[in-house]
Design a binder for this molecule. Sequence first.
Ligand SMILES: NC(=O)c1ccc[n+]([C@@H]2O[C@H](COP(=O)([O-])OP(=O)(O)OC[C@H]3O[C@@H](n4cnc5c(N)ncnc54)[C@H](O)[C@@H]3O)[C@@H](O)[C@H]2O)c1
Length: 248
Amino acid sequence: MGKLSGKVALVTGGASGIGRAIVGALAAEGADIGIVDRNAADARTAAEETARLGVRALAAPADVGDEVEMAGAFGAVTAALGDVDILCNNAGIDTISFLDDMPIALWDEMMRVNLRSVFLGTRLVLPAMRRKKWGRIINTASQLGHKGAPQMVHYCAAKAGVIGFTRALAYEVARDGITVNAICPGPIDTPLAQAIPQAWRDAKRAELAIGRFGNVEEVAPTVVLLASDAGSYYVGATLNMNGGDYMI
Ligand SMILES: NC(=O)c1ccc[n+]([C@@H]2O[C@H](COP(=O)([O-])OP(=O)(O)OC[C@H]3O[C@@H](n4cnc5c(N)ncnc54)[C@H](O)[C@@H]3O)[C@@H](O)[C@H]2O)c1
């Protein structure tokens, strides 16, 4: 019996990087897993690998910023696995541009994928969590939502939005047995971070107290804590695994 046996987790962006590690860590504790990701092939591979851990796992491809696709994916996960007990709003994108050069479309896409998606996913899971008087919502924000960074006003604004969303909703649902928290990773070596230009990565590495990027295995255990009964007194918290980039 794992800490999360009998629970169903839905992880967005679970096909890659931090989300993939969250999927593995939750499954290792016995949770059944729905993987919602726009990369259908990688989501299916992740689901197959996860099922080998002895839990039920389903890939439900969708664009997390699209209301209809998200509702469809949520329906597929609940039909196959049951009510969602743990929601990890993790899918996200990262682009860079100075404000002066930023196309409106780049701003809008950032808000759609990194912030609107959190609203959409959360609305879908709350009714069952309220009914069951138990739920865990864990949002992947970023330390940059606290700290800011040049060329990333859109990303930082979206992640600050996720933090604000987390705190506001935590007030609304805590007495229903539902906790809402955020993780705020620093730079973690994933395909997302690897796509950022090398000069930006080198400058970031130089700033870090620990002198290196983190890895996904240094993020996922915190999500397991927040998802489990041991995490029941974290309410509206932001947990910062960031190599000392921003100490709060
Ligand atoms: N890597 C970092 O340094 C870092 C730091 C802080 C926060 N984060 C956040 O962590 C989360 C995961 O990032 P990662 O580094 O693992 O990136 P990643 O690129 O490895 O994984 C992101 C996943 O999200 C999926 N995705 C992207 N847009 C989607 C959409 N519209 N619909 C459905 N799925 C979509 C991708 O297909 C991918 O599988 C993001 O929210 C990111 O902002 C990352």
